[in-house]
Design a protein around this ligand. Structure first.
Ligand SMILES: *Cc1c(COP(=O)(O)O)cnc(C)c1O
Length: 422
């Protein structure tokens, strides 16, 4: 399928009069349409809630849009908890799915009434010592080990992942938590990342539902929710077929009817913690070609770099690129599209067939709405870009300004470089 941008060259030329490139741009209409579809897909489940994985796009304006669809926040750090709390998400709308958790973060999670999802058996005692009790509602993260395989051959490796309780630890853990006063239980697992198949959630749900029935029968605990976590992917490549959230919701409903309902567990809420699926396609990185270089290869140098989008450098991930205004031109030039870091992996594309690019052309790097801006760092002292929201009415709102050198130097309390700056 041909991948389309949600902005035109004309719009970008208008926007760049006010906001220079590079910037991340988010599509409000797309975010809303998708959030609505997620809600609908799981509307068969009375307690359903999506806890948006804040790490994917930690922007208050975005979180507030999702809040209108009753989404909560899935947090894993102090500042993510602070952000959710500052936006008045109440405790029942904050899931704390952390790992290797510092005591201070358990404390804050407890103070704001977040639902705590424990990553490890030893965290039971650690939590009790830290906050002086075990909360009434508590969740545990399961890791079945081994490999997780889907019928299209895609697999992931839970056995290699640092997260979660083993099966034995889970049974022991629920027992212990119950002894310590927990009343309501959640069960969570994240077994495969960026799955582009409608089968992942239903397969995961079946495993978790069967386990929940066993836990209920063997430990006698009341399972209040099952958290399918994240992992629902997006079609980064044009040849991939995007996930159909309605088919996914329907697939989960079927196994719910098969496994949970006959076990008398027809009141269990389904929770999700999607990040990528909620935002990925509804954001892009807009950058301008500032150089062309002809050496052993053909290079296009752009004004964004891996600081703005790390996935290609870090994972070799594919992000589709559209040259605005040249959507229908033949892709008859082979380029490496590079940023300016002193790192040879700072490339948004390698050997990519694209239309002929001239200096000044605007490039849209697709699907950066999740794990895009947020993964950024400050290598080479490069500064993070602005984030803009393309609103439903076509206007543009600055939802995070670009960093300035002042921001970069702000932590040098002991060496007041700012005074020396012109
Ligand atoms: C990263 C993460 C998510 C979101 O994952 P996506 O792939 O963006 O859907 C959800 N839950 C936990 C615990 C995570 O670490």
């Amino acid at each position: 399928m041909k991948k389309k941008t949600f902005v035109t060259r004309q719009q970008i030329e208008e926007i760049t009069k006010t906001y220079p490139t590079p910037f991340h741009l988010y599509d409000e209409a797309g975010i809303r349409r998708n959030a609505e579809a997620v809600k609908e897909a799981f509307s068969w489940n009375k307690g359903f809630r999506e806890y948006f994985a804040v790490k994917a796009t930690p922007n208050p304006f975005i979180l507030n849009i999702l809040k209108e669809y009753d989404c909560g926040c899935d947090c894993a750090s102090m500042t993510e908890l602070m952000l959710a709390d500052a936006l008045d998400f109440d405790g029942s709308h904050i899931m704390f799915s952390s790992n290797d958790t510092p005591a201070s973060e358990f404390q804050l999670a407890n103070e704001i009434g977040a639902i705590i999802n424990l990553d490890d058996f030893t965290h039971i005692d650690f939590l009790e010592q830290t906050i002086g009790k075990i909360p009434e509602t508590i969740s545990c993260r399961y890791n079945p080990g081994g490999v997780f395989r889907m019928s299209n051959g895609i697999m992931d490796n839970p056995g290699d992942a640092k997260y979660g309780f083993t099966r034995e630890q889970l049974f022991e853990g629920y027992k212990l938590l119950k002894e310590k006063g927990a009343k309501y239980f959640g069960l969570h697992a994240f077994l495969a990342s960026n799955t582009v198949t409608n089968e992942y959630y239903p397969m995961l749900a079946k495993q978790l539902f069967e386990l929940a029935v066993e836990l209920k029968n063997e430990v006698g605990c009341e399972i209040k929710f099952i958290n399918l976590s994240g992992g629902v992917g997006v079609a980064y490549r044009p040849e991939e077929t995007p996930n159909d959230i309605r088919a996914i919701g329907e697939g989960v409903r079927k196994v719910y009817e098969e496994v949970l309902v006959p076990a008398g567990m027809d009141d269990v809420a389904i929770y999700t913690e999607m990040g990528r699926f909620m935002l990925g396609p509804y954001g892009c990185l807009v950058t301008q070609a500032i150089h062309e270089k002809h050496t052993y290869k053909e290079y296009i140098g752009v004004d964004a770099c891996a600081v703005n989008l790390m996935r290609p450098a870090m994972y070799g991930s594919y992000h589709h690129i559209t040259v605005l205004g040249k959507e229908d031109a033949p892709c008859d030039h082979k380029y490496d599209v590079t940023g300016s870091l002193c790192e040879n992996n700072d490339k948004f594309a390698v050997d990519r067939m694209l239309p002929e690019i001239e200096r000044g052309d605007y490039l849209v790097i697709h699907d950066t709405g999740a794990h895009g801006f947020s993964m950024g760092y400050n290598y080479n002292g490069k500064l993070k870009s602005a984030e803009l929201l393309l609103k439903k009415d076509g206007s543009v709102q600055l939802i995070r300004r670009a960093e300035t050198p002042k921001d970069y130097f702000a932590t040098f309390d002991c060496f007041d470089i700012l005074k020396k700056m012109k």
